[in-house]
Design a protein around this ligand. Structure first.
Ligand code: BJW
Length: 233
């Protein structure tokens, strides 16, 4: 087998679960507490912006009290040590990969700590609530929304993701249910282009059959073990 050089890692809510951030589809997860069409679609936002802004204000405040866990730290270690291409494509809107020290991170579903101005398209860093309609720092309009990708919107940087998948020797999926596209399709893209595929998850996901190998267990255990194996000890 050719040596591994280029790696694409897809992460989902499961990697942040042990940091105390709710997943979406687990028992007691966010979609049991809130209707997805109310809080994660542009139509829901148009119908009841206060509901949506409160939902994201609560989560934005919560993530700032959380800390990275050993899975984020292991990926940051891999990022620092890996001489080949590496891209961590995260569906997560928290910043725990960055706070663990990873630099090669792409947030395909946006970021809690960014706002997006519907009036001037600015994307200012934002740590405070949006419910009181603060003015956009760039244009002054009270038109800021969370800079996250809702259902029916196009995820960010798809061209860059597909370019990385085309070059990947190894595709690894960590802590995602495989329920949401286009991310759920990346394993098939990578596989059809000849990459090895590995899934690390608490339980088999909807896309498990597409992976060459699946290792089950909590991310804080299986991710550091895999990284140590890859880095040779
Ligand atoms: C652990 C663990 C531990 C727990 N250790 N593991 C019909 C067919 C196909 C597609 C569609 C369709 N109808 C509509 C669509 C498209 C739609 C879609 O996929 N819908 C599905 C419901 C079918 N997709 C879209 O609309 C997307 N846009 C799009 O397709 O645009 C068109 C286009 C694309 C590309 C090019 C051109 C055009 C947009 C999707 C946006 C998703 N947004 C959200 C909200 C983001 C903001 C926010 O955070 O609020 O993203 S929804 C939510 O789901 C969030 C997540 O990123 C995403 C994925 O969830 P994730 O991360 O997998 O979490 P869970 O909870 O599902 O799973 C957690 C996993 O962790 C589980 O497996 C656990 O076992 C595991 N776990 N503890 C390890 N300790």
């Amino acid at each position: 087998m050719a040596p591994l050089r280029n790696i694409v890692i897809l992460t989902g809510a499961g990697i942040s679960a042990e940091s105390g951030i709710d997943t979406f589809r687990s028992a007691g997860g966010l979609w049991e507490q809130h209707k997805v069409e109310d809080v994660a679609t542009p139509e829901g936002f148009a119908r009841d912006p206060d509901l949506v802004l409160r939902f994201y204000d609560m989560r934005r405040a919560a993530i700032q009290t959380k800390t990275p866990n050993p899975a984020h730290e292991a990926l940051a270690k891999l990022d620092g040590a890996w001489g080949g291409e590496l891209l961590i494509v995260t569906q997560n809107v928290d910043d725990l990969h960055e706070r663990a020290g990873a630099t090669r991170v792409l947030h395909m579903h946006g970021e809690h700590l960014n706002a997006w101005c519907a009036a001037c398209d600015a994307r200012p860093r934002w740590t405070e609530p949006l419910i009181h309609r603060p003015p956009c720092p760039a244009c002054g309009e009270p038109a800021l929304r969370p800079d996250v990708v809702w259902f029916g919107e196009v995820p960010y940087e798809m061209d860059r993701i597909h370019a990385a998948l085309r070059e990947a020797d190894l595709f690894v999926s960590i802590g995602t249910s495989g329920a949401v596209y286009p991310a759920a399709g990346f394993v098939r893209n990578a596989r059809s282009l000849g990459a090895q595929t590995l899934e690390l998850n608490l339980e088999a996901s909807q896309g498990s059959r597409w992976f060459d190998e699946t290792r089950l267990g909590p991310a804080s255990e299986v991710v550091p073990a895999w990284v140590d194996e890859l880095l040779g000890g």
